[in-house]
Design a protein around this ligand. Sequence first.
Ligand code: SF4
Length: 362
Amino acid sequence: MSKREKILSATWPRELVSWFEREHRPMPWRSDPSPYKVWVSEIMLQQTQVVTVIPYFDRFVSRFPSFKALAAADLQEVLKLWEGLGYYSRARNLHQAARALDEKYDGKPPRTATDLREFPGIGAYTAAAIASIAFGEPVPSVDGNVLRVCSRLWGIETPLRDKALADDVRARLTPLIRTVNPSHFNQAMMETGALICKPRNPHCDQCLLSRYCVAFKTSRTGELPVVEKAEKVPHYRIAVGVIWKKGRILIARRAEKQMLGGLWEFPGGKQGKAEALEQTVMREIEEETGLKVKVGPPYATVKHAYSHFKITITAFRCDWLSGRALPKASVELKWIPPADLPNYPMPRANRRLAGAIGDCPD
Ligand code: SF4
């Protein structure tokens, strides 16, 4: 049997698709896989679990039911709806993509993964997921879950983070996806990775791939995929100030190109060497806003982990002493009544600190 005949005779893709069609979990974007809903769901699902995404998805598509509605929205409102979901560049890119679609395509997205790649926030995986689920294009969507399943299924020893692995897996899956329903095949692979072929202790007894799976047959599910040790992420100590002036507090809007771009926060920054946090907050506030402040007691300290670093952040009550607020490190500064804080999109750590602020201390 030739290699091509061997591939086409593989029965597991059909078995997997049948399993998915019988057993798949209901999700709001699955009951109505319109291009818009599939697009929004795929962006939200990047780095985020289904159960977290569902309430955000429902609120988002109810407020912005189409690319046109999203294109017409203000970015601040989009970010506010995204608040708490993290990875805010996804929201900014989605908003930009909706505007580009509205201008160039009258709100109707192109139908192929290749054409979808031109939009911000759309990588190879997301383009393939949208093209296959919304338009039935037979292109495999290969994310971390699918790489894990395939490494085990075929006994591939290329390290998980090596780009050659994704290329290899995509090349192996391409002829297979052409033999079945592409949307259901891709979703079945993702579902297998999420529910059955878990990183630790995969449920091989429930997996219909076990008959074909090299890792299972050779008792190497604990060794595959090959994962290289992750580098230790740095930890930063941050001090921010809640600056009071005449019953209002100061917040700063981050530039859109920055991490957490477009979100509002309290001014402050990283602790310097041999610096007390009170000194940090005083120095940072002067550097970032030009204001001189008196630093009071801390309101709260919270910890937060981002993908590449961790922070411990303390908010101090500060009283304005002198100066006019100038946005030296942000794009906008605003004095607001603290009761208005919920109206501004904030990063999660700042939102938690905001919860610790009481009424005006004057
Ligand atoms: S048999 Fe086990 S290791 Fe192989 S794909 Fe299924 S769950 Fe993963």
